[in-house]
Design a protein around this ligand. Structure first.
Ligand SMILES: *Cc1c(COP(=O)(O)O)cnc(C)c1O
Length: 375
């Protein structure tokens, strides 16, 4: 049972769709599927912008976003409050961009006013890069407010929405997000291997003069081919089958229901952890809908993960970098229901008790159940 922030559980029906023999990608049959998938991804992104599909993980989609619309030495503002924000700084530096930072401590959200101040001080900033849901800490940033400041400034708004898309509303058009990147193994209910990127008209304007080198990730050919329901290179055909099936499930569930389900899973998980007497790493007002980070004071987070895996076959994520051993992270993203959260919390209670932690048996399950049975 995978309770990590990617890869996430894959529905049986999606696995079946993937198990088909590949078909030729230069065929009418494939184009029909590809067109349907692209349309449904736009629905999920709430956008009329181009939506391009890459054979890449989320990092590949973000790299494409960074390199297609900028030139060497362009000034970019990278906003970091965790591991993934730091990664986009590394990509920017690797490509020789003039990389400026606005930082917040791990576990804290980005301060939109600090970003506004940096924008006011930097009229020549070309792009602002923000990780919406910072998976390393379980913090969600106020992308909507940040994006409004970026729009007023005129820079391009580039967002990593890898663990927010499919978990909470990311209205790409309404929030004026120019470049939005995500990956298939998170909120999309399929295995790793596809990257998604949406591109606004304003970003395409910048593309015309952008000079960073690119070839496989040059989004121009993807745009041209996507308009004809095809791809510039061989697509990950079976993952497209999977995506078709998963998107049909999402359309059946409906956007609002998907978002309220994730919100409920988040609230139940947090209520359970609090009731068990364990501190949460992120506070309530900036808690990611995809993942909950827990600091089990007095217990080794890695030991908890180890017992959860060995005894209950439930996989939790650990902490990264300085947080290793200090936190564990419970993913509740994608194909996850109340049942998985109740099961994980029950196993966690038993694990904590086995390791000599102080918690009242049943307290976590009762708190989660109370959220799930709220009228
Ligand atoms: C998983 C993740 C990514 C992408 O990682 P890949 O391993 O390249 O798929 C990017 N950003 C965030 C916030 C993530 O959680």
């Amino acid at each position: 049972m995978l309770m990590i922030p990617g890869p996430t559980p894959v529905p049986e029906r999606v696995l079946q769709a993937m198990a088909k023999h590949p078909i030729g990608h230069r065929s009418a049959d494939f184009s029909a599927i590809f067109g349907e998938v692209t349309e449904n991804l736009k629905w999920l992104h709430q956008t009329k912008n181009d939506l391009l599909i890459l054979a890449a993980s989320g990092t590949g989609a973000m790299e494409a976003g960074i390199i297609n619309f900028l030139s060497p030495n362009d000034k970019v503002l990278v906003c970091t409050n965790g591991k993934f924000g730091e990664r986009w700084g590394e990509v920017s530096e690797a490509y020789g961009l003039n990389t400026q930072y606005v930082k917040a401590d791990w576990g804290q959200p980005l301060d939109p006013n600090a970003i506004k101040a940096a924008l006011d001080a930097g009229p020549d900033i070309k792009a602002v890069i923000v990780t919406h849901s910072e998976t390393s800490t379980g913090v969600i940033n106020d992308l909507q407010t940040i994006s409004s400041y970026v729009k007023a400034h005129g820079a391009l708004m580039m967002a990593d929405t890898v663990t927010s898309l499919g978990a909470c509303s990311v209205p790409v058009d309404e929030w004026n997000l120019d470049v939005v990147a995500s990956g298939s193994q998170k909120g999309y209910m399929i295995p790793p291997g596809l990257g998604f990127i949406s591109v606004s008209e304003k970003a395409w304007e910048a593309y015309k003069t952008a000079k960073l080198p690119k070839f496989y990730l040059d989004l121009g050919p993807y745009r041209k081919n996507t308009a004809k329901n095809t791809t510039p290179f061989t697509p990950a055909i079976n993952l497209i089958f999977a995506m078709q099936s998963a998107l049909q499930m999402m359309r059946n569930e409906g956007l609002e229901n998907i978002f309220t389900r994730h919100d409920r899973l988040k609230r139940a998980t947090r209520a359970a952890i609090k009731a068990m007497g364990m501190p949460l790493y992120a506070s309530d007002d900036c808690a990611s809908p995809a993942i909950t980070a827990v600091m089990p004071e007095g217990l080794d987070a890695e030991q908890i993960r180890s017992v959860m895996k060995k005894k209950y076959d439930i996989i939790l994520a650990g902490g990264q970098d300085a947080l290793k051993g200090k936190i564990f992270r419970i993913g509740h993203l994608g194909f996850v229901s109340d049942r998985e959260v109740l099961t994980a919390i029950a196993a966690l209670e038993a694990t904590v008790i086995e390791l000599g932690g102080k918690t009242t048996p049943g307290s976590g399950v009762a708190a989660a159940a109370a959220v799930f049975t709220q009228k």
